[in-house]
Ligand binder design. Structure first.
Ligand code: 3HC
Length: 311
């Protein structure tokens, strides 16, 4: 019976040891990991689009090369995470179908437009900064392949965050128009970046179980708070204003108090009604369909190789 196996699993989690793909695990543990890892992978792949639009319009070869490297990293993070999902029995083609048909989610943050070049810097600063807050604890997630994928991802994410912040520092030393462009991007990306951490803890149906299974190490609100505390001094150094009149240091808490994100906006964007949802998904569908011949050729070649090897 599953009794001794369940006990062994519970013991592994209690000792902060890793669950590996061949270990017995409760169906619910497998299901919620495939859910989170697949959506994490989808987020990385869709996340290539907003800033990818600026690769051909970057203001210098250096900025183009940095942006190209970053977008390429996101693709790699996606492939890592799809591979981690496959160790749980998920099928990559099926996951892509679910994304394209809107049956699986990806991060709300990638459904916003990137109208100016300052958006590239603010995405690096806010979105990759938020990703670091969210992904560092995931390096200690109880499922081995996920935790190990996060270690590599986090190293690259800190390069992404730093290049974004350096880009903004350069623009803030530029003209009045460039400074206004940075402030405009900060105003547009601040609240959606706070929403990226998920609904408030009271509205987070997955958190309790994910924390019990040590998939999630901190709650959505805790990680959101860390991101705010980390970002406020960076905004001061940069010379930009964060668009939250309630944002202030709270001495007793040793943290910043801040306003409440518009949770109805998050729900709308998650439900597919954000500014750029339709465009992001249709471009992913087109890339998948246009790439079908490459997949067919690769599998035909692999089959031929296998037949030749079998001799
Ligand atoms: N966008 C889209 N969906 C979201 C969301 C968001 N910002 N926040 C929450 N949701 C969804 C959840 O997926 C869940 O729906 P589901 O049950 O159908 O999956 C529902 O809203 C309720 O949220 P919960 O808090 O109960 O869900 P979780 O416990 O899974 O917490 C999470 C949400 C914090 C995003 C968690 O899944 C997580 O940590 N995922 C891994 C990290 C990740 O996916 N980050 C996304 C950004 S991509 C990125 O950081 C890469 C970098 O390059 C930018």
């Amino acid at each position: 019976t599953a009794e001794p196996l369940q006990r062994q699993f519970d013991d592994t989690i209690a000792r902060d040891h890793r669950v590996e793909p061949r270990d017995w695990m409760p169906d619910g543990y497998r299901r919620t990991l495939i859910r989170q890892i697949a959506q994490h992978a989808h987020s990385e792949i869709i996340g290539m689009q907003p800033e990818g639009d600026w690769i051909t319009r970057a203001p210098s070869l250096r900025r183009k090369a940095i942006l190209f490297a970053k977008v390429q990293d996101e693709a790699g993070h996606g492939l890592y995470l799809y591979s981690a999902a496959e160790t749980l029995g998920a099928d990559r083609a099926d996951l892509t179908e679910r994304l394209i048909e809107g049956r699986q989610k990806y991060s709300s943050i990638f459904n916003y437009p990137t109208p100016t070049y300052a958006d590239v810097g603010v995405i690096g600063w806010f979105v990759d900064g938020a990703a670091i807050c969210n992904q560092v604890p995931l390096c200690r997630s109880s499922f081995g392949p996920y935790a190990r994928a996060m270690v590599r991802v986090c190293k690259e994410e800190s390069f992404h965050q730093r290049q974004g912040y350096e880009l903004l520092l350069t623009m803030m030393r530029g003209t009045e128009g460039q400074r206004a462009m940075v402030q405009d991007a900060v105003d547009r990306w601040w609240w959606p970046s706070l929403m990226m951490f998920g609904p408030p803890d009271g509205d987070s149906p997955n958190s309790a179980q994910s924390m019990a299974w040590k998939i999630k190490r901190h709650t959505n609100d805790e990680l959101r708070q860390r991101f705010v505390d980390m970002t406020v001094p960076q905004a001061e150094r940069l010379g930009v204003r964060l668009p939250d009149p309630e944002l202030r240091w709270n001495e007793e808490r040793g943290r910043h108090d801040f306003g409440t994100p518009d949770w109805s906006e998050l729900q709308r964007v998650i439900a597919g009604d954000g500014p750029r949802n339709a465009e992001r998904v249709s471009r992913r569908r087109a890339a998948h369909e246009d790439g079908a011949w490459v997949r067919e050729a690769a599998s035909a070649y692999a089959a031929k190789q296998a037949a030749r090897a079998a001799g």
